[in-house]
Ligand binder design. Sequence first.
Ligand code: SF4
Length: 581
Amino acid sequence: MKHWEHRARAREILSREVGYVQKPHGGRLRVALAFPNTYFVGMSSLGFQTVYRLFNDIEDVVCERVFLPPKQELRAQLASGAPLLTLESQTPVAGFDVLAFSVSFEWDYTNIVSMLRLAGLPPRAADRSPRHPLVVVGGAVTFVNPEPLAPFADVIAAGEGEVLIPDLMDALREGRERDGLLPRLAAKRGFYVPSLYSVHYEPDGRIAGFEPAAGSGAPPVVKKAAVKSAERLDPPATSIFTPDTEFGSRFLVEVVRGCANLCRFCWAGYNYLPVRAFPADRILELAAGARRHSSRAGLVSIALCDHPEIERLLKGLLEMGYSISPASLRLDDLTDPIVRLLRESGERSITIAPEAGSDRLRRVINKTVTDDEILRAAEVIFSNGIENLKLYYMIGLPTETEDDLTAIRDLTVQMREIMIRHARPRGHLGRIVGSVNPLIPKPGTAYQWLPMEDPAATERKARTLRRLLAGIDNVYFNIKSERHSYYQALLSLGDRRVADTIEAAERNGGQWRAAVAETGLDADFYIFRDRSADAVLPWDIIDGGMKASFFRSEFQKGLREEWTLPPKRQRENIRLMPVLD
Ligand code: SF4
C-alpha cells in the first residue's frame, strides 16, 4: 500500500468516528498512543480510550492513536518499510516525543515488537538513541509482570494512568535528554526504568536480585501508582464512537474499580485494590451525553454491584433508553431487582463464574459462594426471564480431585433443570454455555509460586470433563487446550530472558514452539517449576501493594480449605489490604 493510500484509509476511518481529538502539534509534547493489536480490537478497550482522553486533556499535549495493521497488510508493510502513521494527522510515529503502548494481554507482546519495527525503531531499548521517541509500556499487564517486556521498553509505567500520565508529562517538560529524563522518571512512583537495573542470577537460573545502577536514584523496588479515591475522578468512559470495532458503538463506562472478594487466583482482585466507586451522578451525566451516539451501555467492572448506588445507576440508564450489558456479575451480587433491570434493558444472557464445581474447592480458592447460593442465583436469573447462562470454570486448581470435576457436571445439570423449569411455560429453551480454562498461576496472587499443572494431568481432566458433559441437551462446553495456556503462562511468569523468544515468535508469525526451540529457552523452568523457595520472583521489582507474607498465609489457608474471612464478610476483607500509602 502506498503512502497516500495509508493516509486515505486513515481519513476514511476518522470519517466514521465521533469524538476524536485533533490538535496542532506546534509547541506541544507529542504522544503516539499505540494499541498492540488492530483498530477493531483496540477501539473496544476502555483502558486505551481512557489513556487517550487523559493525555489529550492536558493542554500542551497532543496524543494520536496508532494500531497494528490488519494481518494481511502487516507483512507487506514490514517488507516495504512504509512508516507507521498515527490516525489523526497521519504523521510517522518515529517523529513523536513519546510512543506509549497500552497493553492488556500477553498475546499482544509480539505485536509490540512488530509495531516498533514498523515505526522504524530498533525493538530493543539498548539499540535506540535519544533521537527516537521515548518508548513507554503501560496497561493492565504492568500490574502483573512487565519483566518479559523490559528489554523493549525505555520506561514501564506500572499502575493507573490517572496518576502516571501527569507525572510522565511533568518529567518530559523538564527535558527530553535521556540521561536526565530516565533517572527523573525512576525517582517517581510507578515508573520502572529497566535499563537502570542489573539482574543477577543464581547458577540454577533463578533470579538472585535486581540491582539499581549506582547513583541513578532508581529505587530497589518500584511502587505501583494508583488513585486513592475515585470520588473526584471522571469515570473512564468511551469518548470515541465508531461502528468499526468489536463492541460496535457501545458506550463503555467503568462503574467501580477493584473487588474485595480476594479469590486466591485472581490477579485483578488483588491488584485493583482498594475498591473505589465512581460518582453515580457523573456516570449518568456521561451516559446522557453519549446517548445520541449509542444505545447500548457496557458496564466495565469486575465487581459491578459493589457500587453503592448500582440500582439507581441501572434505573437511570434504563430510563435513558439504554440496553445494558454488564461484564460479568459476581454471584453474590445477583439480586432480583438487578437481574430484573438487566432483563428490562433487553439483556438475554448473563455470565457468572462459579470457578469450581464443589463447595470444598471453592473454599480452597476463596470463592466465597456455595452451591446453594449459586443455584439461588440461577433461580433469580431464569425466573426473571433471562434465557441463557454463561459459566466460567477452572481446572488444575490446588487439591482438585475427580470428585470436583463430577461436581462441575452436577452443578451445571442442576442449573439446567432450573432453566428448563422457567423456560417451559415460555416454550423456548435457552442454553448454558460453559468455558473451562486450566489455571495459570498468576503473579501477584496467592498462587504466584505454584507450577502450572502437568499437561498430561490437565489433558486427562479435560477428557474426563468432556465425557461427563457430553450429550446434555442445551449445555455446551468449551474446554481449553493446554498448549494455548502453556505459552500464555510463559509470558505471564517469565522474566527478561524471555524477550529473545518473543522476538523470535514475532519473526516466525507466532509459532511459539519453534521460537522456544530457536532461542534455546527452557520454558518449563518458568511454567512447571515450584517457585516457593525462590528468594526473588521476576515481578518482585514492582510492589503492587500486597505483601508476600499475606499471599503465603492465604495459600496455606486455602490448603486448609478456609475462607480469608467467613462468607458475607468479604467487604471487610478490604481492611486486610495494605492500602496505598
Ligand atoms: S469475585 Fe474473585 S474472581 Fe471475581 S473479580 Fe473478585 S476476586 Fe476476582
